[in-house]
Write a protein that binds this ligand. Structure first.
Ligand code: SER
Length: 588
């Protein structure tokens, strides 16, 4: 039987024979990509090479990459979704394309010498095309030539058959996905590959990265056509071991055995299956995140770690584990991954001690928080934003836990309201966001970019209303709001705030173009640019000009025209230290 270790070896071997060089399994925390918290696909570390930079190992690469995806956390516990997983990938950087990639995948999957998977069980999907990118008939044709019958080839939309970019912009393209039919009954008449019911197990994705997505949402052909494939180790092992879900494979076996011991049972009752799966998934992910030196916190990677650990503790409580159990499970994870990730062992003491600490922090408040939740739920039949915030603040419930509790008991939880509430109380998100992008941007999502341009308008409006001596002392922008700190030594009146707001909205309604130019620092200062304090600039600087209203030294990104912004609204003004005021504003 092929186990996960063997599968990884075979994959590397197969592609080495076909001219690929093995590259390293990159860190779970992206090194050069501040826009993402975790490496969620093999392409993260390869983005510059997909864009055309020559890779030192050549144009054909192969790797095993550990990944963490938070986007699927809600589905963890079903048959195939995991937060942490390993992905096998072969890469063409402007070398081969569909004509080789698809036949290689098919060969590796089906030939006896390799995985020997039953061809009859395979289904594929290809990109159906839309107004921006044509239908991928080429891939479909290759599949047909290989012997996949027409009725097993499905054309799906961008939602299913498109991959990337990792942030808002960058390399991306249509993909073709390979599914294995588990043999389960279809969930309905429309059940087909891509359906989430668990009948079809998506095992491999071949992405044909030939586009670069720009900030304005266009797809420009790249200079080189790349291939990025991703084969899920856990999912493929499930196929090879005849299982209809990843948790029944050899990969999770030792964890589940340990859990059964801790629960003192021989068999896991059906009703507890989901809790068991969630715990297995979360402890594996938490162990790998901790090994990167991350500790549980309320921001960024630390927050994801915290919600994984606390989620596991809650599920532990549901299956009757009322003593600390996570450290014991993480030792199993460390042991089972010792061959490929020996560094886990070196971090064991840290991992164990952080898990124990977090357990102690949360287990004290968990029972009381659950009581509180039940009381509110019984009285109000819903959890409003204030309740959710109370559970977070006083009982340490990550919002995801509250949402899950709501789901389990069939009552609504105001998750959006919670986030607004959190923002009102939170000065601390600065800790993370400021260091991530030069201009204090948390990411480069469309909403964040709009708020960034609004920040430039606000900066100038403040100068026009309050006085030319105003300058920026800090800025922090998320997808939800901007926060702008500046020098001023008294409270700003409501009338002045209204003037500032109106002035910004006037520029938005004027539909002013936003232009970027490159110049030298001296010239920029001569032009009368606003320059952010303490920022280091190279010889050339970039300046963003909003018609004749604002000029600011800035590395972007920005929208192209102020009309994209919507309505600007100041939600709060306050003093944060002597002579420094802070404004929070949103776009509606
Ligand atoms: N990036 C693609 C995926 O994760 C293929 O590697 O599916």
């Amino acid at each position: 039987m092929i186990n996960s270790i063997k599968l990884k070896k075979m994959f590397l071997e197969f592609f080495k024979i076909n001219g690929h060089e093995v590259i390293t399994n990159a860190s779970l925390i992206p090194e050069n990509d501040p826009s993402a918290l975790f490496t969620s696909a093999g392409m993260h570390p390869l983005v510059p090479y997909l864009l055309g930079q020559p890779h030192p190992n050549g144009r054909r690469l192969v790797n095993v990459q550990k990944c963490l995806r938070t986007s699927d956390i809600d589905e963890v516990g079903d048959s195939f979704h995991l937060s942490f997983f390993e992905m096998l990938g072969n890469w063409s950087l402007g070398d081969y394309f569909k004509e080789k990639s698809i036949p290689w995948s098919y060969k590796f999957l089906t030939e006896k010498k390799w995985l020997g998977i039953n061809k009859e069980r395979l289904y594929v999907t290809v990109f159906a095309g839309d107004e921006k990118v044509p239908r991928d008939t080429e891939s479909a044709k290759i599949w047909e030539e290989l012997g996949i019958p027409n009725e097993k080839i499905f054309y799906l939309s961008r939602k299913d058959n498109w991959w990337g970019p990792v942030g808002n912009t960058g390399p991306c393209g249509p993909d073709t996905e390979i599914f294995y039919d588990t043999g389960k009954e279809p969930c309905g008449t429309d059940c087909k590959p891509g359906c989430s019911c668990g009948k079809y197990n998506e095992i491999w994705n071949n992405v044909f990265m030939e586009y670069n997505k720009t900030l304005d949402g266009e797809y420009i052909p790249l200079h080189q056509r790349n291939v990025d494939t991703g084969m899920g180790v856990e999912r493929t092992v499930a196929v090879l071991q005849g299982k209809d879900n990843v948790y029944d494979t050899e990969i999770f076996f030792p964890l589940i055995e340990k859990l059964k011991k801790l629960m003192d049972v021989d068999e896991v009752p059906e009703t507890q299956t989901r809790s068991i799966r969630v715990i297995c998934d979360h402890i594996r992910a938490a162990t790998f995140i901790l090994a990167e030196g991350i500790t549980p916190l309320n921001v960024e990677q630390g927050y994801v770690l915290r919600r994984l650990i606390r989620g596991a503790i809650r599920h532990g409580r549901m299956i009757g584990l009322d003593k600390e159990f996570l450290s014991k499970l993480s030792q199993i994870v460390i042991l089972s991954y010792n061959d490929d990730y020996p560094y886990l062992k070196q971090k064991e003491e840290f991992i164990v001690s952080e898990l124990v600490k977090e357990y102690n922090r949360f287990s004290n408040t968990l029972a009381r928080g659950l009581n509180r939740f039940n009381r509110i739920a019984a009285e109000k039949k819903k959890i409003d934003s204030k309740d959710a915030f109370l559970l977070y603040q006083s009982f340490g419930f990550p919002i995801e836990i509250t949402r899950e509790l709501g789901y389990e008991s069939g009552i609504d939880v105001d998750v959006n309201g919670f986030h607004e509430e959190l923002m009102k109380h939170q000065q601390v998100s600065k800790a993370g966001a400021d260091k991530r992008f030069g201009s204090g941007l948390a990411d480069t999502a469309e909403a964040t970019v709009k708020l960034h341009t609004a920040t430039h308008l606000l900066n100038e409006a403040l100068r026009q209303v309050l006085g030319k001596e105003i300058y920026q002392k800090g800025s922090n922008i998320t997808q939800k709001r901007l926060r702008f700190d500046f020098n001023f030594d008294r409270k700003i009146t409501d009338y002045e705030l209204k003037q500032v707001e109106d002035l910004v909205n006037k520029q938005i309604s004027k539909a002013l173009p936003v232009k970027r130019i490159e110049t030298t620092l001296d010239e920029a200062i001569e032009m009368g640019c606003q320059a952010v304090f303490e920022q280091k600039y190279g010889e050339k600087v970039s300046v963003y000009i909003i018609d004749d209203f604002s000029k600011e030294l800035c590395s972007g990104p920005h929208v192209e025209n102020t009309r994209e912004l919507g309505r600007f609204k100041i939600v709060k003004e306050e003093g944060i230290s002597a002579g420094v005021r802070r404004i929070r504003a949103i776009l509606e």
